[in-house]
Each structure stands twice: as structure tokens, then as C-alpha cells.
Design a protein. Structure first.
Length: 397
């Protein structure tokens, strides 16, 4: 009986020990499982952080062509409103070309790339690179797509092409006139004093137009490259306007246009020569497109943001609404035939914009067709400029 009791006690002792060992093993397995889950979670978080930090859009498809992962750049690029995971490309983007591009991938064509303009009101150009993920046996396991936004690059390329085309046209026109009149003179017209004088005057005008165009092109190039150093100091606006009006007095009188200076004794911190260039271009345009017998007015006021707001106003035909945002583009002309008839290089307002922006200001236009146009720009003003002006006045005394 004693032996039997010992055996029973030993049995329960081993049974308890086994249970405790099994429980300890279960706990160890649970800990390892939890650690693996945490490791997988952290790895997924790191992976998603890397994907979401990418500038390019990234899309990962499974073997069935359904979205497994879409990074933040992809969602932002296509302005998606719903979660793309679990859907096909057609369900997410409605782009048959892209779906066909993915379908054509395989062991014999593991990757491809192409440029594509997406349909829509807003221009969007993409370079899409796609690569298929294959198993060692050559079985398709998924697809990776990378989306590079080329829109800005395409716009810059188009701007460059338009700029070259416009410059070529602007140079060709006066050159063809000069060449034509010179050939006519050489053919015998030079023997007629009246004709030769008229032709030479036309040649001189076109040569001057070429000179102005080249000067404006050089100015634009310097302003855009940042090579222009502004000589900033206190400038009295009213006196600059007086000087500009003196330069344009004879042209204004030819069209019986009154020049009105409504600028108060108001200093700005600016480069005096560049401010004069801005006002000259704006007054020149105002006279050119203002109505005969009308008025060109220049005024200024202190703005709320420690800047001075200046305006140049005419009472001509005005600008259509669609032109207000584009008039400061290089070579943009509202009425090309009329603009070329009036003369000018088509760069004046673009130069105005760059000079004003170089001062930290902004430029804009307002107009109603038939009621003239008003061009505004801002320059730094306030206490610093005023203090500098007072100091200058004290030294003069």
C-alpha cells in the first residue's frame, strides 16, 4: 500500500511538472509569437514609412492584379477619395492603357516604361515604370509600378519651345524688313532721294526695334538668373514719376493724353533705376493702348502689410478677363496685330514682374473691357524707408 501511494504521488508530481513545463512552453511560444508579430509590424511600419517618403507614386499589385499597397504620393497624385487596396487598376484609375501595359508584362517582358498624359481638365503628364515580380520558376507573383510626375518638366519644355519660336519670329520680322528695303535700295531706289530717305528711315526704325528686343532679352535673362544686384535705398516715388512723365511728355501730347501724377510724398525702399524702368514700361503701355484725348494716372498708397501699392491707370479699350492672368508672360499679346502695329517687344510686362518680385513685391492687373486697365505693383515701404528719407533730408540741410 505504501508503494502504491508512492507511485500515485509520483504520478501526480510528474503530471504537475509536465503541466507546468507545458504551460511554460506555451508562454514561451506566446512570447515568441508576440515578438514575431511586433517585428513584422515594425517592419511593415518601416516599409510604409519608406514608401510614403517617396516623391514618386508607388503601386504594388498581387498576382491577381489587385492593389496590395499604394503609397501616399500615389494617392495624392491621383487625388483618390477611396481606399485602393484590394481593387484592380481599372477600378482605381479607369485607365485602360495602364491596365493593358501591366497585362503585357511577363517572363519575356519583365519591365516596361512609357510617358502618358492623363485625360482631364488639369494637365497631368506621367512617366510610368512597371516591373513584374517572378518566382524562381517564372511564375508571376506581383507587379510594381512607379509613377513619376513630368507635368512641370513638360510645361518648362513647352515654355522653352514657345520662347524660342517667339524670339525667332520677333527677330525675323524686323530683319526681313531691313533686308527687303536694302535690296530695293540696291536695285536702284537709292537714286531717288525721296524714296531712299523713306526707306532708310524704315530701316532705322526696324534696327531700333531689334536693339530694344536684344536689350529686353538680356534684361530678362539677367533678372531670371538672379545676377541683377539691386541697389536698395530710400526712393521718393513722386519724383520718379515726374521724371518718367517728362520722358513720355511728347508721346502723350501726340495722342492728346493727359498725364496725372497722384503719388503723394511717399518713400519706398527700392532700386531707383529699376523702379523707373517699371514705371516707364507701364506708362508706355498706358499711352500706347489708352484712348486719344484720354488720361493716364499714376497713384500710390500705403498698404496694410508695410508695403506701398502703386498703380498706373489708363482709360483705353481695357483687357478681356482671360488676359489678366497672362499679360505678364513673355511675348503674350492680347491683340497680336494691334500690338505689332503699336510696336514694342512683348517683354515689357514680364520685365516689370521680375523687377517687382526681385523687390519682394507682387504685380497684378484689373480691367473691364471698354473701361481701361489698371496695373498694380507693391514695393517695400514703411519706417525704414521713411527714416532713410528723413536722414537724407537732414544731411541736405
Amino acid at each position: 500500500m505504501v508503494a502504491l501511494g508512492a507511485l500515485i504521488a509520483l504520478h501526480f508530481w510528474w503530471r504537475g511538472k509536465f503541466r507546468r513545463a507545458a504551460a511554460a512552453a506555451d508562454r514561451e511560444i506566446e512570447i515568441l509569437k508576440r515578438q514575431q508579430e511586433q517585428s513584422a509590424f515594425h517592419q511593415q511600419v518601416r516599409q510604409e514609412a519608406i514608401f510614403n517618403s517617396m516623391v514618386e507614386g508607388l503601386l504594388l499589385l498581387d498576382e491577381r492584379g489587385r492593389v496590395q499597397l499604394a503609397n501616399r504620393a500615389f494617392v495624392h497624385l491621383f487625388e483618390l477619395r477611396t481606399e485602393p487596396v484590394g481593387k484592380t487598376i481599372l477600378e482605381v484609375l479607369r485607365l485602360h492603357e495602364l491596365a493593358e501595359m501591366v497585362e503585357r508584362l511577363g517572363p519575356d517582358r519583365p519591365w516596361t516604361s512609357r510617358e502618358m498624359r492623363l485625360p482631364g481638365v488639369i494637365e497631368l503628364w506621367l512617366r510610368i515604370s512597371a516591373a513584374v515580380i517572378l518566382s524562381p520558376e517564372g511564375v508571376r507573383q506581383g507587379t510594381i509600378l512607379v509613377f513619376h510626375n513630368l507635368t512641370r518638366l513638360k510645361q518648362l519644355e513647352r515654355t522653352r519651345e514657345e520662347f524660342i519660336a517667339n524670339v525667332s519670329h520677333e527677330l525675323r520680322t524686323p530683319l526681313s524688313h531691313i533686308k527687303g528695303y536694302v535690296e530695293t535700295l540696291l536695285d536702284g531706289a537709292k537714286n531717288d532721294p525721296e524714296v531712299s530717305t523713306r526707306f532708310l528711315e524704315t530701316i532705322a526704325r526696324n534696327a531700333e526695334r531689334l536693339k530694344l528686343l536684344i536689350e529686353d532679352l538680356l534684361t530678362i535673362s539677367e533678372l531670371e538668373s538672379g545676377r541683377v544686384k539691386l541697389d536698395l535705398h530710400a526712393v521718393e516715388l513722386r519724383s520718379v514719376v515726374v521724371k518718367v512723365f517728362d520722358d513720355f511728355k511728347s508721346r502723350a501730347e501726340t495722342k492728346t493724353i493727359a498725364l496725372t501724377n497722384e503719388v503723394p510724398e511717399l518713400p519706398v525702399r527700392a532700386d531707383a533705376d529699376r523702379v523707373e524702368q517699371v514705371l516707364s514700361n507701364l506708362v508706355d503701355n498706358a499711352i500706347k493702348y489708352g484712348r486719344a484725348g484720354g488720361r493716364v494716372t499714376v497713384g500710390a498708397r500705403c498698404a496694410d502689410d508695410a508695403k506701398v501699392e502703386i498703380f498706373v491707370k489708363d482709360d483705353g479699350v481695357g483687357l478681356p478677363p482671360e488676359a489678366l492672368e497672362r499679360v505678364f508672360e513673355r511675348f503674350y499679346r492680347v491683340d497680336k496685330a494691334r500690338s505689332r502695329e503699336q510696336g514694342g517687344t512683348g517683354l515689357g510686362l514680364s520685365i516689370v514682374k521680375h523687377i517687382v518680385q526681385g523687390h519682394g513685391g507682387r504685380v497684378w492687373a484689373r480691367s473691364e473691357p471698354g473701361k481701361g486697365a489698371t496695373f498694380y505693383f507693391t514695393l517695400p515701404g514703411g519706417a525704414d524707408a521713411a527714416e532713410g528719407q528723413r536722414g537724407k533730408g537732414a544731411e541736405g540741410k
